[in-house]
Design a protein around this ligand. Structure first.
Ligand code: FAD
Length: 302
């Protein structure tokens, strides 16, 4: 109740106050800040995936601007020799306005990344977007077999079926590459597991499917109750270290991150940056009111 109240009032809180909470989770507003944060992570042997903040847009001119912004980011990151790849949210490129325009925008970004032999991850958004994002991924994967991956969400009841259905895309040396996460959006119980245990169980089933089918997983979690069973599966299937990675969000659970990297597992951190940090932070907090308590903690732990 208290958390929900905080989350609801957040968008009306002074930006400075929200920044106190957000700064830990956001690399900054500019490309330079994102590059610096990425360099620091790279120094620790951690790869990054870079995300320009922003989601739903109102017109397609914004989608064009976002595409141009990503092209600049790719140039800047390559120039700075950052060990990292790129994450995109399709709604940011017009998915809910015009699917074809969205496809062309993201295609241009993937083509640019492919010029550098790099990789673009298509983030998964709310359930309204899932079919469209799988379709988009199919088209991109056909043209850029080694330069594009998708996110799948363990809380969705459909995910194990999606994983089976998408296996037709895996052939020869072009493996499927997914980020497996729990899922951040608030979805109805008809389509999504609500219980913590059930989501974790589905996560581990999805991961086991990937190991059994030679799919490359990005194991994206900060939950040690998921990390430990993931370790067990890696052992059970004797998975070589270059056939999977762990992924975490910038600034979240650094101790767990260290525990994982100390064991020699590969780690990638999701580095969000951009002027829209306020919208991003308040949306995240509204979606997950439990996190509102973190604001209070941040206020007292300055
Ligand atoms: P939880 O049980 O939710 O969290 C475990 C613990 O981690 C919590 O107790 C808390 O201490 C800590 N924690 C988790 N998240 C945060 C946070 N944001 N801030 C502070 N502490 C936190 N979701 C999507 O729907 N689509 C995506 O494309 C997507 N991409 C992601 C990319 C990466 C690299 C990661 C790590 C997550 C991504 N997510 C995405 C979010 C994901 O779905 C979960 O909502 C989020 O990771 C929390 O789940 P968890 O596995 O960490 O477990």
């Amino acid at each position: 109740m208290f958390n929900k109240l905080i989350a609801a009032t957040l968008p009306y809180m002074p930006k400075k106050l929200v920044w106190i909470f957000s700064k830990r989770y956001i690399a900054g507003e500019t490309i330079e800040e994102a590059i610096n944060a990425s360099k620091e992570l790279n120094k620790e042997g951690i790869k990054v995936t870079v995300d320009l903040l922003g989601e739903f847009i109102e017109d397609l001119s914004q989608a064009t601007e976002n595409k141009e912004a990503y092209l600049n980011i790719i140039e800047a990151f390559q120039e700075n020799k950052i060990d990292g790849n790129y994450s995109v949210k399709p709604t940011f490129f017009g998915l809910l306005i015009d699917e074809e325009v969205c496809y062309q925008n993201i295609r241009t970004v993937v083509a640019k990344a492919a010029e550098y032999d790099n990789f673009v991850r298509v983030d998964m958004e709310d359930s309204l977007c899932v079919d469209r994002e799988i379709k988009l991924f199919r088209r991109l994967k056909a043209e850029f077999p080694n330069n594009v991956g998708l996110v799948v969400q363990a809380y969705l009841k459909r995910t194990l079926d999606d994983l089976s259905n998408m296996m037709d895309m895996q052939n020869g040396s072009s493996k499927l590459n997914y980020r497996l996460c729990k899922g951040i959006y608030v979805e109805p119980a008809e389509i999504a597991y609500k219980k913590y245990e059930k989501v974790n169980e589905n996560f581990i089933k999805g991961l086991e499917f990937m190991f059994q089918n030679d799919v490359y997983p990005g194991i994206a979690t900060h939950d040690k109750n998921v990390v430990e069973p993931a370790f067990e599966l890696i052992k059970k299937y004797n998975v070589p270290k270059d056939k999977y990675e762990f992924q975490m969000l910038y600034g979240v659970t650094p101790e767990l991150r260290k525990m994982i990297t100390d064991k020699g597992h590969s780690m990638r951190v999701y580095v969000p940056f951009g002027k829209d940090w306020f919208g991003y932070s308040t949306r995240r907090l509204k979606e997950n009111p439990k996190m509102a308590m973190l604001i209070i903690k941040a206020l007292f732990n300055r």
